[in-house]
Ligand binder design. Structure first.
Ligand SMILES: [Zn+2]
Ligand SMILES: [Zn+2]
Length: 274
């Protein structure tokens, strides 16, 4: 597996890549812009090309853009659903310029909307943004913690999105903390979870993981990340994912809290388990 961390790029790409390299990452995840606004700025092509060069020189093989948190493709409000599509399209275009493999996005919340109607709205939005996707980039849907009306909390629902949108450049990211929060018992039986994902999604579609432990109870529907092996999911589950042969070529990103010392400890834990 190519393993890495989510890195802030506020101090520039050079800083971000050297941070990831220092931690021994072969993958990296970033936000391409301020994750809390609908505004998009022009793509800085030379900066993206130099970011790609820096990654290559540092041995970072996989790169992910995480779209902004505001995204809600299920919203009834035109301003929000259109703004969300614009943000995803912008990140897909940035990824194409910078040789970035994956654009990982949340789907949003159905809110008070009828789930069927919201599902159709999401499918329509995903199909629209995929119309202009360039070769080499995959749009990746992240499973949610399943709280309340959040879309994409189950493998079944993710499978329905894959089927309804039916596009070869659409993939899935499985966040371990979100899966646990949605009721998948990765602690007792990580094999059952991956087998179910293989059955319902197909593992060729599961291009990446977010490796996060969590302290919330199973099925607690809360999105809280914790250090690897120090939460309820536990070391064995991550060891299983790292060893499973059909996941060998996948990418895994840590979104664990804390500072550099915590990132170093979590990366060291994963290396040790591998
Ligand atoms: Zn996420
Ligand atoms: Zn995540």
């Amino acid at each position: 597996m190519n393993i890495g961390v989510h890195v802030a790029v506020g101090d520039g790409y050079e800083q971000a890549v050297s941070y990831a390299k220092h931690l021994g990452c072969t993958a990296i995840q970033i936000f391409s812009s301020n994750p809390r606004t609908y505004r998009v700025s022009a793509i800085n092509e030379p900066a993206q090309r130099s970011f790609a060069e820096l990654r290559k020189a540092a041995g970072i093989k996989r790169c992910v853009i995480h779209t902004p948190y505001l995204i809600n493709l299920a919203s009834e409000e035109e301003r929000i659903s259109q703004g969300s599509q614009r943000l995803i399209a912008h990140d897909l275009a940035t990824a194409a310029v910078g040789g970035i493999d994956y654009v990982n996005t949340h789907l949003g919340s159905y809110g008070k909307r009828d789930r069927k109607e919201g599902f159709t709205a999401i499918v329509r939005a995903l199909s629209a943004v995929l119309e202009s996707i360039r070769p080499g980039v995959t749009l990746v849907l992240e499973n949610s913690a399943g709280a309340g009306a959040l879309a994409g909390g189950t493998l079944d629902e993710l499978a329905q999105f894959l089927k309804a949108v039916d596009h070869p450049q659409l993939g899935i990211c499985l966040d371990t903390a979100h899966a646990w929060a949605a009721g998948y018992d990765l602690h007792s039986d990580p094999k059952a979870f991956i087998d179910e994902a293989a059955d319902k999604l197909g593992l060729d579609r599961v291009v990446m993981f977010h490796f996060n432990d969590t302290q919330i109870p199973l099925g607690g529907n809360k999105d809280r990340h914790w250090h690897i092996g120090e939460g309820n999911i536990g070391r064995e589950a991550f060891a299983y994912l790292l060893h499973r042969a059909d996941l060998k070529h996948k990418t895994a990103i840590l979104e664990t809290p804390g500072d550099e010392a915590d990132d170093a400890r979590n990366m060291a834990t994963l290396r040790e388990l591998r």
